[in-house]
Design a protein around this ligand. Structure first.
Ligand code: TMP
Length: 209
């Protein structure tokens, strides 16, 4: 049996990631693929428990380094318990966020740097990478504005950080794409839903059976 493919969907706050995740899963299923949709932080019982530690409570609950370690620990469990087994069964795995979120949020915006985050990933997960990473992007802080109106009743610990942090997150995703252009593709998230989904599918063209 052919090994499945592992695709991660990334983006800053408010870029329409959840809607596109569902639409992309449906489009892949429409092509006869068996798709497992998962998310980070989370995606396995252990990693979901870590998710609560990461996203609830005060912004200062964890130091930046502890936060990066918790994301890396959750990811190691998610890969071992959910992602690798599904791929071995020939399924396609679609993850709402993965390593590039740690590179962008903790590495670039948090200031720990890409190398430190990659080191944690090498140790925790043997540097296991997606076959393709699709990063949804909106120009000029539009995503952050949408997220602010959506989350008026309170964002999570990390989503609620200031605009300056989220601008750096965006720069971090661009840096990921620059460093690894074959794996990481920036996708324009402007326009109607179907148009954006078509852009995502196009960026997977060479992987589709
Ligand atoms: P979500 O809003 O997509 O559910 O993601 C939860 C939050 O966690 C979001 O603000 C991004 C953040 N995050 C990181 O800071 N680093 C990571 O490695 C991951 C996976 C998410």
């Amino acid at each position: 049996m052919a090994r499945g493919r592992f695709i991660s969907l990334e983006g800053g706050e408010g870029v329409g990631k959840s809607t596109q995740l569902a639409a992309l899963a449906q489009a892949l299923e429409g092509r006869g693929l068996e798709v497992v949709v998962t998310r980070e932080p989370g995606g396995s019982p252990g990693a979901e428990a870590i998710r609560k530690l990461l996203l609830e409570g005060e912004d200062g609950r964890w130091t930046l380094r502890a936060e990066a370690l918790l994301f890396a620990a959750a990811r190691a469990d998610h890969i071992a318990k959910t992602i690798r087994p599904a791929l071995a069964e020939g399924k396609w795995v679609l993850s709402d966020r993965f390593l590039d979120s740690s590179l962008a949020y903790q590495g670039e915006a948090g200031g720990l740097g890409f190398e430190a985050i990659r080191d944690l990933h090498r140790f925790g997960s043997e540097d296991f990478l997606p076959d393709r990473t699709l990063v949804l992007r909106l120009e000029g802080g539009e995503g952050a504005r949408r997220a602010a109106s959506r989350d008026a009743d309170g964002a999570d610990r990390i989503g609620g950080r200031p605009p300056s942090y989220h601008a750096l997150v965006d720069a971090g995703f661009a840096k990921s794409a620059e460093a690894d252009p074959d794996r990481v593709r920036l996708i324009d998230a402007a326009g109607n839903e179907a148009t954006v989904t078509a852009r995502l599918l196009y960026a997977l063209g060479d992987l589709l059976p």
